[in-house]
Ligand binder design. Sequence first.
Ligand SMILES: C[S@@+](CC[C@H](N)C(=O)[O-])C[C@H]1O[C@@H](n2cnc3c(N)ncnc32)[C@H](O)[C@@H]1O
Length: 205
Amino acid sequence: MGFYREQVLPHLVDRTCGTSGLRRWRATVTEGLTGRVVEIGFGSGLNVDFYPPDVEVVLAVEPAAVARKLADKRVSRSGVAVEHIGLDGQSIPLDDDSCDGALSTFTLCTIPDAPQALAELRRVMRPGARFHFLEHGLAPDPGVAAWQRRLEPWQRRLADGCHLTREPEVLVREAGFTIERVEQRYAKGPKPWSWFSAGIATNPQ
Ligand SMILES: C[S@@+](CC[C@H](N)C(=O)[O-])C[C@H]1O[C@@H](n2cnc3c(N)ncnc32)[C@H](O)[C@@H]1O
């Protein structure tokens, strides 16, 4: 799985997560970000086109070298300042209270210990800072959820540990964030992959 995971998968993710249908979701979820923003699972930089001008710097956390390379062109074209500061969202090499905001898109499904990554985000975010998230997860319809449970072992094998049955909104709330708003609905595409949660949560004072 080494060659597939390290060399092929980042290209597949770049294609499947880079569709025009997802651009609208990315534009919405990045609205209002400002200052120093930590992004976990930066991937191939598919959010850089949407960061508002008030973002001073994006502190990117991404383990896949090929994804970081794919991001380079996008980043230089965008004019957004991006610093690759770490490889693992479960252990972010930033000081406490040092970020004004945070972003995760389609990453809480994949990080092995999502509660640990969210605890790390809370640690590095200043009190009052906002966490913007866009994630897929467990659908409310029993028929779709049953398919998600059936497909999950394959999904995890083929997509670097990606889960179909995590509940991002629950994870964010249980991490101690205050959910300000969340939109949950099916996006375009096959339903097991398309139940999206897009929201903003505050790191309490
Ligand atoms: C489905 S991709 C999403 C990429 C990007 N956020 C997007 O929206 O296109 C999941 C990303 O999480 C990254 N990832 C996996 N384990 C991680 C970890 N422990 N910490 C941070 N990122 C991780 C993967 O390398 C991959 O780039």
